[in-house]
Design a protein around this ligand. Structure first.
Ligand SMILES: [Zn+2]
Length: 117
């Protein structure tokens, strides 16, 4: 008498690749934080639980989705603490590493927020 095969019970969840919903959750959370106030990539990283180096990519996606809602990503640029140079490039989402004017590495981090229009 054969013991019989155990029924293939619910072996549901397959596919270990990051579910796309996780990415959407991260961006929704970033959006919520940025509507509440100005934050640096380090602060966003700590609050959302994403490595800091991934924050610029998320912000890029978020910025695109904001346009449809008449909102935009406002960037307070990084600044050199030694000579006062301001990194005005508005497309700069990642943190600059060195001042082009005096080569100092004492820089503030850019801060992000979501603004209307
Ligand atoms: Zn400088």
């Amino acid at each position: 008498m054969t013991a019989g095969e155990t029924a293939p019970a619910a072996r549901g969840s397959r596919g270990a690749d990051g579910p796309p919903s996780r990415q959407a959750t991260i961006r929704a959370e970033l959006g919520r934080l940025l509507r509440a106030g100005n934050l640096t990539a380090q602060e966003l990283s700590a609050r959302v639980g994403v490595p800091e180096r991934q924050i610029p990519a998320h912000l890029g996606h978020l910025a695109r989705s904001l346009r449809a809602r008449a909102e935009r990503l406002a960037i307070e640029p990084a600044r050199c603490l030694d000579c006062g140079f301001v990194f005005r490039k508005r497309d700069r989402l990642s943190r600059p590493s060195r001042c082009p004017a005096c080569r100092s590495q004492h820089l503030t981090s850019p801060r992000f927020a979501i603004a209307r229009g």
